[in-house]
Design a protein. Sequence first.
Length: 146
Amino acid sequence: MTMGQTSLTKIDLSIFPKPEQGFKQMVIEVPHSDNDANKKIEFVIGKWMEVDSCNKHGLMGTLEEKNLEGWGYGYFVFDTEGHVMSTEMACLDKEMVRKFISAQSKTVRYNGRLPIVIYVPKDCDVQFKIFQTEGDVYQASEVKPQ
């Protein structure tokens, strides 16, 4: 299920660079809560494409994290030539489906005080999930040599 989001900007986004030619600026903003430290955001960049229904597909590209000089904020830039990798199974039904073909996901700290700013090519979009824990911490077991 995809959910839209209305943006209530927490900081002035004009401090971020303008998108370069062929790119657009995307922003993820989430509400602040008392348990922000127990949450993570996973986002993926991709584009909607018609692909066969039996193979797995992935968008090739690179995600670079940059620093907004003088402000201490970071932002991301995704660069791709639009190439798609795929498993190469022979599809017997030849059925084509419309799917969101994404690059590798990125997991970041949940911060209800700052937006996540991402620059992507104009034909790409950004989707995200929020993961939450109850805050329980577990201890790993030590393996002792014999």
